[in-house]
Ligand binder design. Sequence first.
Ligand SMILES: Cc1cc2nc3c(=O)[nH]c(=O)nc-3n(C[C@H](O)[C@H](O)[C@H](O)COP(=O)(O)OP(=O)(O)OC[C@H]3O[C@@H](n4cnc5c(N)ncnc54)[C@H](O)[C@@H]3O)c2cc1C
Length: 504
Amino acid sequence: MQDSDVIVIGSGIGGLCAAGLLARYGKRVVVCESHTISGGAAHSFRRRGFEFDSGPSFYCGLTDTQSLNPLKQVLDVLGESIQVISYDPLGHYHFPESAFAVYSNAQRYREQVAKVTPQGARELQQFEERLLGLYEAMKGIPTLALRADWQVILVLLSRYLPSLIKILPNLSLVQASVGDVMDATVQDPWVRRLIDLECFLLSGLKAHGTIAPEVAFMLGERSRAGVEYPVGGSGAIVKALVRGLERWGGKLRMGCHVEQILVESGKAVGVRLQKGEVLKAPVVISNATIWDTYNQLLRPEDLPASYRKVALNTPKVESFMHLHLGIRAAGLKNLTGHHVVVHDSSQEITTPGNTCMISIPSVWDATLAPEGHHVVHAYTLEPYAGWERNNSYEHKKQEKAQSLYRALERIIPDIRDRIVLELIGTPLTHAHYLRRYQGTYGPAISAGKGTFPSTHTPIQGLYRVGDSTMPGIGVPAVAASGILCANSLVQPQQTAELLDNLKG
Ligand SMILES: Cc1cc2nc3c(=O)[nH]c(=O)nc-3n(C[C@H](O)[C@H](O)[C@H](O)COP(=O)(O)OP(=O)(O)OC[C@H]3O[C@@H](n4cnc5c(N)ncnc54)[C@H](O)[C@@H]3O)c2cc1C
C-alpha cells in the first residue's frame, strides 16, 4: 500500500521546488522536514520581534517577467508570487585600503572600478562581455524546460533549436572556469581579486574553481533585472513555495525527521521516520546533502561500495560563524543593506574570518525589526573541525565572533553599544539547525576537476536534489536541481504543456 507517489526528504528550496512541481504535475507528494521551520538554509526565524534570515539574503529575478531565475519559473507554475523591494547599489565591498559601491548595472559598476584602476575597468568590460555573451546565448532555453535524462536532447531539438544553435559558439565557455575567462581578459591584480571575491561569494570557491555559466547567469540577471529583497525576508520565498505545494495537493510534515530510506531489492520503497512510522512511496527524493544521504539515510550495503566511497569523498566548503544581532537604529542615516569586508589583503579571501558578509535587510523592509531597530546578519567561513560543546565552547564562540564584530565596525563604528539582542552561531549551530553534514556550505567541486552529480542515484526510485547536485550551490541553482529532478519523473509532453500554459 503506497501512502503517496513521492516522498521528499527536506524542505530546502531544492526539495520544495521538486515537490511543488511534482504536485503540479498531479503526483501525490509528501515532504518530510526534520526542523520545525521549513526552508533549510533559506529559513527565517524570529526572536524578540526580530525576523532573521538564517542564510541567503541576496536575490535577483524574483519578480521580473523575463527572469531566467529557475525559482521564479517554479513560483509561476505554482501560481505564486512574492513582493520584493528593489535596491541599488547591491552592496559595498570594503577592502583594507578602500571601499566602493557595487552597482547592478554593469556600466555603473565599471565606473566605480575605474576610479581605482582605469585599465582594470577596461579589462573588466572585456571579461563581462565574454560572460554576458554566454548569458545571452543561454537566455532562450528556460530551465523549466530541462530534464536530467537523455530525453532532454529531444526537448532541445524539437523546441529550442535556434537557441541551441546560438549556444554552439559558446560551448567551450559552458565548460570553462571563470578563471579561464579572467586569464584571457584581465591582468589587473585589483580587478582579479574583485572577480575572485565575487566568485567566492557565489560558489565558495575563487574564479578558477567556479564554472563560467554560474557567473554569466549572475552578471546577466543582476544587470538586466537588478537586485531585490523579498518583503518578509527569505522566509517569504519559502512560504510562497509551501503555499504553492499545498495548493496543488502536496503535504508538508514538519518536525518529521527521516531516519532511513528503505531499500528493497535495489529499489527505494519509502522512508522510516525517527519515531518509527514508515511511509511508503515508489519515489523518494532526498534534499539532504550527499554526505547525509549516503552516510546517514542509507545502509552501506544499499550502494555499490566504490560509488559510495567516491561520493562520500566529495570535497566540502567549510562551515560558518554567524552573528545575528538586533540593534538600536537611532542616528544610522544612509545605512545600506549589503556589505562584504575583507580584513587583510595579504591573506586569501577564502581564509576563515578574513572575508565577512553582512546583511541588514531592515533597511529595505522595516517590518523585520521592532520600530527604531535594525536586524543584522554577519557571517564568515569557519572550519567545523575542532568545535566541541565543552568547557571552552562559550569562550571560543566569543573569540571567533570578533572578526565579524570588526567587520561590522567598518559599517557601524559603535555597533557594540547598540546591541539589544546577540545570537552567535558556530559551525555546530549551523550543522544542527540546517541538518547539514559538518555544517558545510556545500560541495567544493572545482570547475575542470569534476562536475556536480546528477539527480539520479544507483538506487532505482531514489533521487537527490539541492546543492550537492547539478548545477550546484545557491538558491537559483537548487531551484534548478528541483526542476531537473521533477521533470525527469514525468513525460516531456507534460512539461511542454506546463510551459505552454505559462505562456498563456
Ligand atoms: C550563510 C549563507 C548565506 C547564503 N547566501 C546566499 C545568497 O545570498 N543567495 C543565494 O542564492 N544563495 C545563498 N546561499 C546558498 C543557499 O542558501 C543554499 O545553497 C540553498 O538554500 C540550499 O538549498 P538546498 O535545497 O540544497 O537544501 P538545504 O537548504 O540544505 O535544505 C535541506 C533540508 O533538508 C532537511 N533535512 C535534512 N536531513 C533531513 C532528514 N533526515 N529528515 C528530514 N529533513 C531533513 C533540512 O532540515 C533542510 O530543511 C547561502 C547559504 C548560506 C549558508
